[in-house]
Design a protein around this ligand. Sequence first.
Ligand SMILES: [Zn+2]
Length: 226
Amino acid sequence: MTGTTSLADSPAARAAAASRAQYKQEDYLQSLSDLSEEELREQMRVTLALEKEAMKEWMDSGDCYIISQAGKVHVPTCQSMGRFVNRDAAWGLNLRYPDRLLDGPDEDPIPVWPILRTRAQIESLAKRTACPLCALDLAFLDKPERAITWTYLRARSLNSQHFGTDFKLADGTPLGALTKITTEETIDGLTFSATFSQAEAPITEPDTELMYRTGMRALGNAAQKS
Ligand SMILES: [Zn+2]
């Protein structure tokens, strides 16, 4: 997961996202170039205030987790997430040196907005790794079925032994049982196709990552699985 601008869906969150989005627009930045340093700061404080409201709303909901760019799941109080959660800190450098906004060393001078997720969203991830620093207990988030262990493989590795096995995409989307595999040699090379009982269309990309259930693991090991 790579997005860095996701916000919860609420009026405050949408206002904050809209304010952030402005800075991506060439003509908006152009309109800022005539402003004094103090006026630029004022402009950023407007965005900052919206972000703080959205962040507070999200924290107040009590159902809040962060996925870092490295894909680890954090609690919002994690020390390593402070520079994203604390919006004053996130905007600190730009507020001290407003020119960075228009002519700074960073390709994108707008501070990163963290990937905010609810417990339900974390639960729906097929693969989850807890941050070692805040040591979020992912077992706490585990539903009983999370004790299932999965085997991951690329579609190209499917063979006749897998017929009848229920597969999911790596993101958890169910495909149903594998019913047919074809590889055809054509003038353009090999064409691949794997058909599943519940999938609308066959999988034709051999690199597609799939998973199937292979057993159960002890719940006590849940947080350590990577
Ligand atoms: Zn953490």
